[in-house]
Design a protein. Structure first.
Length: 667
């Protein structure tokens, strides 16, 4: 691996590092390169890489896993049933080299430890390397000698020499040809059936120096036996040579899906409408959460009832609310406070961005998020194990659509599912019915985000694929330009009409939307936005402290041409005259006395300042403290107040006497 990495040009090494070291720079220097090589050889890294392989890549990787020390290209081609110079095989090997799973070394193909991840493929036993690491040094030396491999005292080099000999198909055939007939029969039976051999009587003979067919196979590396184990195993390197006529699967061509013609105008129209609707719904959802934080379930996540309530209030549906809430969470626009969902401090910064930048953040977060928000079986924002790999399937779907020629679409969602299974077989599963629900949910996400319509990609989908490097070329900054084309600049003014409505043909600026949401009631959102003014909505603005002059000035600033219709002016000025004519003051209790002089001296007593006494009438004062605390304060100040019932009668204190119950066991 270190030799392979050392031979890579810097741009290619940087690409590989960007995948496995996303938060760090490309490795520079011998030490950093050695650490990077160790990372690529870790089973966790190999497992994650193998999981994302397409079907032909996975098939070739499985064939390569049968020989841990590598294989000759000619042997690999024969195993797959193709010519050594086969173009499809060359393309797949190139992809595995891109993933740092396999790379050429002269006539050989070397591999990362795929054999530790893919074990027992096609019914073969594990690789010899997995078994040899447990053997004592003298056993390895004897095995290397019998395989005509270099013999030394260094365990690492011995292990490599034995594995390299077994990886050479010609060496295995030659040693098999030298074996006694009984040993050949034993090996062939294991190759065709179960690779594990267990016979207590014969296994016991291995602990002696007696020459037996089993002993010959073990000493020559054709069978692996650990002295502490009770069974011998035919390693995959030997089994793949001895199983006559064996061919590994290789399907380089994807399942046939004949694209159908589709109207580009219709696809782009639907996509553009979805983009504008998505941005409007996310903004409206966050504003709604800011006014009334959304409660979470006891076990976490947002429940169905809250989703439906939000959908009804915002003119959406449960499906949309699931996606918008999840997007808001992964972009950091919402957070949890007191087990309720509310906008985060970052939301205020996000609102200051122009609409294309706002949607760009949502789109890039959507592409990489590990979540399946549309799964109806799981509360929104609650993570499951299924979520961990879904971002790979999402990127795969974008890449799949991007590969379609312009003006063409896939024939059906079943076709999309079949291609997804071909592109990511380990993540989707081999059963079409089981894979279909996830594919359908991801496709619906694409539609809601404006990336796909009528089973075809939009221009935004192609721009996103180019920005993320999913189209097979280096990343190109084209997403911003496409978003600017789809999303008009934020409107700073609206058309105020005589029917008391305000109309914005595009997305309103955050400040404009906030003002209109306060002074009017929103009636529609999406491509166009409409608000309606009413007594209740204008009063709502007055209740926040606005005056008639301030409100009319704000309306002139937001109106196209500065024109405020006369009916709206009348509504504002008329309500301003009536606003506050009746006032409601909070009090905890009142003090009443027929002696105004007595009441008038109370506010001047320092010890009674905390009562916050306010004159309501010459004989009535209000206190901010409850009855009991007010009475206690007055008595402490030397007064002799009495409580009073609502009907004006004195409320006397009751003396409560506590008693225990009778002792039922007393004589």
């Amino acid at each position: 691996m270190l030799d392979f990495l050392s031979g890579l040009p810097e741009p290619r090494l940087a690409e590989l590092a960007a995948v496995h070291l996303p938060d760090g720079p490309a490795p520079r220097g011998a030490k950093a390169l050695k650490e990077f090589a160790a990372l690529l050889l870790e089973p966790a890294t190999v497992t994650a890489t193998v999981a994302a392989l397409s079907l032909p890549e996975l098939q070739v990787a499985e064939a390569l896993s049968l020989r841990a020390a590598g294989t000759r290209r000619a042997d690999l081609a024969g195993l797959l049933g193709v010519a050594g110079h086969d173009a499809d095989l060359g393309m797949v090997l190139g992809r595995l080299e891109w993933h740092a799973l396999a790379w050429p070394d002269g006539d050989w193909i070397r591999t990362a430890p795929i054999h530790e991840v893919i074990v027992g493929g096609y019914g073969f036993g594990p690789s010899a390397r997995l078994e040899l690491v447990q053997l004592p040094l003298d056993r390895l030396q004897r095995m290397a000698y019998n395989l005509d491999a270099p013999v030394g005292r260094d365990r690492t080099s011995l292990l490599g020499a034995v594995c390299a000999a077994l990886a050479d198909a010609s060496t295995v055939r030659a040693k098999f040809a030298q074996a006694p007939e009984a040993t050949k029969d034993l090996l062939l039976s294991l190759a065709e059936d179960d690779p594990y051999f267990f016979d207590p009587r014969q296994m016991g003979a291995l602990r002696t120096n007696r020459s037996t067919p089993l002993r010959w196979a073990v000493d020559h590396g054709l069978l692996m036996w650990n002295p502490v184990g009770m069974a011998a195993v035919l390693p995959s390197e030997v089994g793949v040579v001895l199983r006559e006529g064996f061919r590994a699967d290789f399907d380089p061509a994807p399942p046939l899906q004949v694209p159908v013609e589709v109207s580009v105008e219709m696809v782009e129209r639907d996509g553009a409408a979805a983009v504008r609707g998505a941005l409007a719904h996310v903004t409206a959802l966050l504003e709604a959460c800011g006014r009334a934080p959304v409660p979470m379930l006891k076990d976490g996540g947002i429940g169905l009832r809250e989703l439906r309530r939000l959908g009804k209030a915002l003119g959406g549906d449960e499906t949309g609310m699931r996606l918008w809430l999840t997007l808001a969470a992964v972009t950091g626009l919402i957070g949890v406070t007191d087990n309720r969902i509310a906008p985060s401090a970052y939301y205020d910064d996000w609102l200051k961005l122009d609409p294309p930048a706002q949607y760009g953040e949502l789109l890039t977060a959507w592409l990489v998020m590990d979540a399946i928000p549309l799964d109806p079986q799981v509360p929104v924002l609650l993570r499951t194990e299924r979520d961990e790999a879904v971002s790979i399937l999402r990127r795969s779907l974008v890449s799949l659509l991007n590969g379609l020629p312009g003006g063409y679409a896939l024939p059906s969602l079943d076709g999309v599912n079949a291609l997804q299974m071909y592109m990511r077989p380990l993540l989707t599963g081999a059963d079409a019915e089981e894979a279909y629900p996830t594919t359908a949910m991801l496709w619906r996400e694409l539609e809601l985000m404006g990336l796909g319509a009528l089973h075809a990609p939009t221009a935004l989908c192609r721009a996103l694929a180019a920005e993320a490097g999913l189209d097979g070329t280096p990343q190109r900054p084209v997403l911003r330009a496409e978003l600017e084309r789809l999303i008009p600049a934020a409107q700073r003014t609206v058309l105020l009409q005589s029917d008391l409505t305000a109309v914005a043909t595009g997305a309103p600026a955050p400040q404009l939307a906030a003002f209109l949401d306060l002074a009017a009631d929103r009636e529609s959102r999406g491509g166009g936005h409409t608000w309606r003014f009413s007594e209740a909505s204008v009063r709502r603005a007055f209740d926040t402290g606005a005056t008639a002059d301030e409100l009319l000035a704000s309306l002139r600033e937001t109106a196209t041409g500065g024109r405020v219709p006369q009916p709206l002016q009348y509504l504002v000025t008329d309500l301003a005259r009536r606003h506050g004519a009746l006032r409601v003051r909070p009090v905890a209790c009142v003090l009443r006395s027929d002696d105004p002089t007595l009441l008038a001296e109370l506010p001047r007593v320092k010890s009674l300042a905390r009562l916050g006494l306010t004159e309501l009438a010459p004989t009535v004062y209000a206190s901010v403290l409850p009855v009991a605390e007010t009475l206690a304060a007055l008595r402490a100040a030397g007064y002799a107040p009495a409580g009073e019932h609502a009907d004006g009668t004195i409320a006397f204190d009751k003396i409560t006497r506590f008693r225990t119950g009778p002792d039922r066991n007393a004589d």
